[in-house]
Design a binder for this molecule. Sequence first.
Ligand SMILES: *Cc1c(COP(=O)(O)O)cnc(C)c1O
Length: 369
Amino acid sequence: MSALEVSVDYRAITRNVEVLRSRAAGADVMAVVKADAYGHGLAAAASAARQGGAAWLGVAQPGEALALRAAGDTGRILTWLYGPAFPARELVMADVDLSASSADVLGEIVAVTRELGTPARLHLCVDTGLGREGVPAGSLEALLDLAVAAQDEGLVRIVGMWSHLAWADAPGHPTIDAQAAVFRDALALAERRGVELEVRHLANSACTLTRPDLHFDLVRPGIAIYGLPPVPDPDGERFGLTAAMTVRSEVILVKDVPAGHGVSYGHDYVTPYPTTLGLISAGYADGVFRSAGNRAEVDIRGRRYTIAGRVCMDQFVVDLGPVTEVRAGDVATLIGPTGPTATEWAHAIDTIDYEVVCRFGALRAKEPA
Ligand SMILES: *Cc1c(COP(=O)(O)O)cnc(C)c1O
């Protein structure tokens, strides 16, 4: 085993998409596969999501959309995060749906489609309160004027309008209804301008799971596709989702030490009794968060152990207790289907599971195929 072995259960991704489709029965699913599918591998995760019935794929970066086409995906793909210097020509030629948040970007799209003679499919993005991508609601009308003029010229087809929520993972937060109201006003404005939208979309994973009234025509789950519920399931069943990523390493040394023995740099852990230490061959150079020292847990032979002391560059230690069956050569599971979960790691080190899977996934991407 290499220092850290990151593997992905792609069948879990297929099943998770099926679960989300049944939870969003009236809407289509756009599987969000940005950032190398949250570290799970862009092309393989996308293909697993398609098998589960994802009618759409969503990516932030234009290059990711083009990579999906290069990998052979022929379905609907939306990309949304770029400035006016984006590869509009390649994207239109690759039949990718394009988002626009500004007149600059729309101008670039129109310049290209005028030259190519092929209209682009356009999704107007509205900032309903996130303060991130999207045209401010107060400036939507001006952008809509430009888009409708381009549509009348046959240069674009306005197929979508969308927005993104700031507090979807806090069900009941007042901003959710406030953003939904601004979004509905934006849709009404488009309708008054005679725009016939194919897809209106607002819901990320949390909104998909908790607010069926906000599914509109299309939901855009990301984290839930990978089996990590962004909100607790009231039924305690993880909404039927299965975590797809496993991260494992190896116990390479097991040894007995007396009470009062300092462990790892700075002796942040000192053995409270005569005990056995296990040395695991993965560290921060492999993606193991240094902040996990004395906080996060690993599983060895079905038992949980907290990391003892500081995580080093390529190793860390666990206190196996005075009596242990653990032997050198045993597998240490950092993240696995029966735990610890990426969410537990996130809570231990004060981040979110999104960052945990992206971090470990970056290591997976480096491995030879
Ligand atoms: C990342 C992202 C999503 C998916 O969010 P999750 O919380 O992972 O479900 C959906 N829409 C947009 C615009 C995003 O950037």
